[in-house]
Design a protein around this ligand. Structure first.
Ligand SMILES: *Cc1c(COP(=O)(O)O)cnc(C)c1O
Length: 381
């Protein structure tokens, strides 16, 4: 066997920015009545890299960006992104100060928080832009009664250093077609939306996440906040291609060793797998320290030379092992694909998620900083 020093990274996430662009263009075209697209790039763009994802999304037709934290808004500004940024999460006083200093927009549901905002504005800054949030049934953030939101609207209008720019809600079950909670939430928000539009026609109403965009055009209002779908991940955990989405991220490693195992010999901690006949075992230098979760031990596949091979044994922090079978043309240095396509085969994040009993969101978000990211611009490959 020839030993080669492999040129590629031990754990590499390739991010196809062209795919993000095209996914955004498709989502935008799907939105009712010319509603705007807000690209959600929180949690480092669901693991894809927030800055690259944000740029690609804006090129693809998104006109707003959304993040969860003030630090995420600051990062986008530091890299020169000047689109409107909505910070969706709860904010401490310091977070609120940073949000306003970044010229980003805050979500408000608490009168005390609202009253504190003007004093946190930088000297001579424009009024703080705020979005009011109704908790229509997510049970997480927001004011629970419509009347409360209307009171907040009055408060904003009475304070010249505050500007009412938006009103929003968030759905708990948009990804469960046929459930009865989604229409109920939509009805509650629609009632509020009518009243606010009557008072202030320029207000931007937004409710839909990715799943809601596909589920019901009545949820689109003036803007949709799409995260998972812009990355080409399916909000319903099915096949993204069926909704015209292209997965942007692939994850690869390489074969660092191939050895013949005799019956009874084991690979990895705890000896959770043993060869039941003579077989070849490949070692890939990627593990749970890279976000390839230990729960995948003995329960997922890896692509090498365009074929599926079972991951065997316990996932370690830095390595996994793969059963190649009795005979194999796999060689040290071969690329191994853990998420993505190779030849005619593909492993989607949705498949990996199902093996773990989780959702695709958690798979890409969970890739650790140790995984090298390689961003490919549109047209590159
Ligand atoms: C994360 C998030 C979104 C985006 O949801 P997706 O399902 O990824 O499209 C939208 N709105 C809020 C409030 C969020 O927290």
């Amino acid at each position: 066997m020839t030993e080669t020093v492999h040129a590629s990274a031990r754990a590499l996430a390739r991010v196809d920015l062209g795919a993000i662009e095209r996914n955004c263009a498709r989502l935008r075209a799907q939105l009712a009545g010319g509603a705007q697209l807000c690209a959600v790039v929180k949690a480092d763009g669901y693991g894809h890299g927030a800055v690259g994802a944000a740029r690609a999304a804006l090129t693809g037709g998104a006109s707003w960006l959304a993040v969860a934290t003030a630090g995420e808004a600051e990062e986008l500004r530091r890299h020169g992104l000047d689109a409107r940024i909505l910070v969706m999460g709860a904010l401490t006083r310091e977070d609120a100060r940073a949000t306003l200093a970044a010229g980003a927009e805050a979500v408000v549901w608490d009168p005390a928080f609202l009253r504190a905002l003007p004093a946190l504005l930088p000297e001579g800054a424009a009024p703080a832009r705020v979005h009011l949030k109704l908790d229509s049934g997510m049970g997480r953030l927001g004011a629970r009664e419509r009347s409360r939101v209307l009171e907040l609207a009055d408060l904003v209008e009475s304070e010249p250093r505050l500007e009412l720019v938006g009103a929003m809600t968030h759905f708990a079950t948009a990804d469960e077609p046929g459930d009865e909670h989604f229409p109920l939430q939509l009805e509650r928000f629609t009632a509020l939306a009518r009243e606010l539009k009557a008072r202030k026609p320029g207000i931007v109403l937004h409710a839909a996440n990715s799943a809601a965009v596909f589920r019901d055009p009545a949820s689109h209002f003036d803007m949709a906040r799409c995260g998972v779908a812009i990355y080409g991940l399916d909000p319903f955990q099915g096949d993204p291609a069926e909704r015209g989405l292209e997965p942007a991220l692939s994850l690869s490693s390489y074969v660092a060793r191939v050895e013949r195992f005799e019956p009874g010999e084991s690979a990895g901690y705890g000896r959770t797998w043993r060869a039941d006949g003579p077989t070849l075992v490949a070692t890939l230098p990627i593990g749970y320290g890279d976000g390839w979760r230990r729960g995948l031990s003995n329960r997922c596949d890896v692509l090498i030379r365009g074929r599926r091979h079972p991951l065997v044994g316990t996932v370690s922090m830095d390595n996994v092992t793969v059963d190649l079978g009795r005979e194999s043309d796999v060689r040290v240095g071969d690329e191994a694909v853990l998420i993505g396509a190779q030849g005619a085969e593909a492993i989607r994040a949705e498949e990996v998620a199902a093996r773990l009993g989780t959702i695709n969101y958690e798979i890409t978000c969970g890739l650790s900083p140790r995984v090298r990211r390689l961003w490919q611009a549109a047209g590159e490959s």
